[in-house]
Design a protein around this ligand. Structure first.
Ligand SMILES: *Cc1c(COP(=O)(O)O)cnc(C)c1O
Length: 372
């Protein structure tokens, strides 16, 4: 039996990246925190996204929390967000003492439903976090229009959508603040933790810059309450600078694998990631971070994949409002979110995944449904 097809492989995904060169550059500089690599990465990433300012941070969850704090979202403030995106946004809302107001999702894209958001806004919301989930941009145009109508700040969680774009606009550059994670498995991944936020608002950017370093406006002068230590280090910044120029190519590879799966599974009783609204294929607004399908008999499907040596995972099994550590939202009803949590399953899709592995995944999935 051939080896297992993994859900992700850092070794394969990082092929051709000069990690040693990047690391040696930093070691030889003898400067490890907030130096020239971080400054250069921030300006390169902001330019790539078409945003004015990038503030690099320790991880993506910190980016969401510092975004909320920068916008003045604190205790008892109500934050609208989805409940199917892994609890990261919820972690940030709870960290600032805010209250999650969960909004249901669109059944086709599994991202925030603008109609459901409108209902929440009418009831009263202080900020919105919209997640571009699995690499699929949400209906950010409609959501941004609602945010503007109700004068509510908008944060984009782009931790699964680095480089996704629609009509020439990148995910993260639409809302007041865009938040990114550089966890190793992300479309742009470091070799450890990392994160960033981007904004076109100079004042928000300055506030975030103070919050990431103890609330300092300058060394040992604390002018911003709620400060933290949340810095990207020079080693990670140097690695990210090596990888950023390759991001668009890697996203194209991910999208090509997703397109092969979609064509091969078109006649099967599975729900596939939504194709672009215009046209019958995946557009640039989908960067295939995770190839997530929905199947009715998931346990049997997962067992078939395991037997065929195909790794799978569930993103995510427990919706945020059902997580047992927090009981404040247990009575909330989110029918589309709940139905999705019971049927989603993730298949291998990452740059460098070879043809033979893609064919094995296709054969295993088709084999499962043959004769059913
Ligand atoms: C990974 C992820 C985060 C959190 O990033 P960390 O760097 O792990 O803190 C936030 N939101 C989404 C949607 C993610 O996938």
């Amino acid at each position: 039996m051939a080896s297992q097809v993994p859900l992700f492989s850092s070794k394969i995904a990082n092929e051709g990246v000069d990690l040693a060169g990047a690391l040696n550059r930093v070691v030889d500089s003898n400067w490890y925190v907030l130096g020239s690599e971080v400054a250069a990465f921030e300006s390169e990433f902001a330019a790539y996204l078409g945003s004015k300012t990038c503030v690099s941070l320790a991880n993506g969850t910190d980016a969401l929390e510092i975004a909320l704090r920068s916008l003045g979202i604190g205790p008892r403030k109500r934050v609208a967000l989805v409940a199917n995106a892994g609890f990261y946004g919820s972690t940030a809302v709870h960290a600032v003492g805010g209250e999650p107001r969960y909004v249901d999702i669109d059944a086709a894209t599994l991202t925030m439903s603008p109609a459901a958001l409108r209902g929440a806004l009418v009831a009263g919301i202080d900020a919105i976090i919209v997640t571009h989930l699995y690499g699929q941009m949400a209906d950010i145009e409609a959501i941004a229009a609602l945010a503007a109508d109700f004068r509510v700040p908008l944060i984009e969680d782009c931790a699964q959508s680095h480089g996704a774009m629609r009509d020439g606009v990148r995910a993260g550059s639409v809302g007041d603040i865009g938040c990114f994670s550089f966890y190793p498995t992300k479309n742009l991944g470091a070799i450890g933790d990392g994160g960033a936020l981007v904004t076109n608002d100079a004042e928000l950017g300055e506030r975030a810059r103070r919050l990431r370093q103890y609330g300092w406006s300058k060394k040992y002068h604390v002018t911003e309450a709620g400060g933290r230590n949340s810095r990207l280090d020079e080693l990670q910044a140097a690695v990210l600078r090596e990888k950023l120029p390759k991001l668009d190519g890697w996203n194209a590879q991910r999208r090509a694998i997703a397109a092969r799966y979609a064509a091969a599974f078109a006649d099967l009783p599975v729900q596939l990631p939504a194709l672009a609204a215009s046209g019958n294929e995946y557009g640039n607004d989908y960067v295939a971070h995770l190839f997530v399908i929905r199947v009715q008999d998931r346990a049997a499907f997962v067992a078939s994949m395991a037997a065929a040596g195909i790794a799978t995972d569930i993103h995510y099994p427990v919706p945020d409002h059902r997580q047992s550590a927090y009981t404040g939202s247990v009575n909330v009803s989110l029918p589309v979110t709940e139905a999705a949590a019971g049927t989603v399953v993730t298949l291998p899709c990452f740059p460098g995944l070879d043809d033979e592995s893609v064919e094995r995944v296709i054969a295993a999935v088709r084999g499962h449904f043959a004769g059913r």
